[in-house]
Design a protein around this ligand. Structure first.
Ligand code: TXA
Ligand code: MG
Length: 343
């Protein structure tokens, strides 16, 4: 199989692509679709056979539940057994957008979607194409990120084609993902609500809506793999192929000393910097990534995909500034770096 890639950049192309995607999804097939966070590998959430195929294509561990994507509050409520007032408040504040709410699952959700668990993650994405397909289908879409298990999430159609292009019939090109990292996952079943995966909707924004009930934040080091925790919390995840380290350096000479001490030839080293940008003469490649958390998140996966193509031995990423707005990116990079200790 060689995936067809459909563009969406005019009204006619957009509508044609919606029709084709909806038709395949109705037939129980998988389609890679753009969302504002990362590209998703979608199937009809009511169709257990189609969802099982997602696990096959991604080689996804069966204990990892899949987020269900909706395009209305009605549809969200159909996926869950309980819709507490707090879910309504959070949805009003952040949907459509990069927030997944974990709630008790409805009976009708096939257990393969929830990995046998009693809860389901629900998200109303803001990408116009994703919304249009869900509306055209009339059913919710189960969709994990469209990458083989444990690899980088895709932020454009070419990233999907590279790894899954031979295994699925259709990829929709909806442009570069605007958020760039995966949604914040918030567990509303536990009390107080608990962040299972940090994302670009920050704890302070969530707390402003949650109020006095409070919010539990993850212990990134715990990394247990029970179904009700997010497997996204396993220490290693979202990893590029090369070793990745997070280093701090003052000036270029210091960075050069660190690299030479690693024993890896500098030409096989790629540097990703946001503030202390080396001139790059001795390194294989130097990339500058924006010194702004929102723009950084949008760019980082694409940067790591590019590094992967060039096959370096070491990717040196400049340590991130502190501050809550950097938390989600720091989370992804720390996992990508695990377990290689700096030399
Ligand atoms: O932004 C996103 O969330 C993207 C786009 C496609 O929507 N999707 C995504 O899916 O990142 P995935 O499968 O790659 O990551 C979903 C995360 C996993 O860590 C999974 O364990 C967790 O959400 N999750 C899903 N349902 C859950 C549930 N019922 N309870 C706890 N964690 C859940
Ligand atoms: Mg994923």
């Amino acid at each position: 199989m060689n995936a067809e890639i459909l563009p969406t950049d005019t009204r006619e192309l957009f509508e044609k692509a919606v029709k084709r995607a909806a038709q395949l999804l109705r037939d129980g097939q998988l389609v890679a679709l753009p969302t504002e966070t990362v590209y998703g590998l979608a199937a009809n959430a009511w169709d257990a056979v189609a969802v099982r195929r997602i696990f096959e294509v991604k080689d996804r561990p069966p204990a990892n539940p899949i987020i269900v994507h909706v395009a209305s509050l009605d549809m969200a409520q159909r996926c869950v057994a309980k819709w507490p007032p707090l879910a309504g408040k959070l949805a009003a504040a952040f949907w459509p957008g990069p927030l997944t709410l974990v709630l008790p699952r409805a009976q009708e959700i096939p257990s393969v979607v929830t990995a046998g668990g009693a809860t389901v993650g629900v998200r109303w994405p803001s990408h116009p194409f994703m919304q249009a397909v869900i509306r055209a289908c009339g059913f919710p879409l189960a969709a994990p990120s469209a990458n083989p298990a444990n690899e980088l999430s895709p932020t454009n159609a070419q990233h999907v084609r590279k790894t899954l292009g031979q295994r699925i019939p259709l990829i929709i090109d909806g442009g570069q993902a605007q958020v760039g990292i995966e949604s914040s996952v918030l567990d509303l079943v536990s009390s107080p609500p608990r962040i299972l995966r940090p994302g670009m909707i920050h704890p302070a924004s969530l707390l402003a809506v949650i109020g006095r009930a409070g919010l539990a934040v993850p212990d990134t080091k715990a990394g247990t793999a029970s179904i009700l925790m997010s497997p996204g919390l396993l220490p290693k995840h979202y990893a590029p192929r090369a070793k990745l380290v997070l280093w701090n350096w003052g000036d270029e000479a210091e960075l050069e000393r660190l690299v030479l001490a690693s024993g890896i030839p500098p030409l096989k080293v790629h540097v990703v910097a946001h503030s202390h940008v080396p001139s790059g003469e001795i390194f294989g490649r130097v990339s500058v990534i924006p010194h702004d958390a929102v723009a950084y998140a949008r760019a980082i996966y694409a940067e790591l995909h590019e590094c992967d193509e060039l096959n370096p031995e070491l990717i040196v990423v400049e340590s991130l500034p502190s501050g809550e707005e950097w938390q989600a990116v720091a989370d992804r990079l720390t996992r990508a770096a695990y377990p290689i200790a700096p030399k």
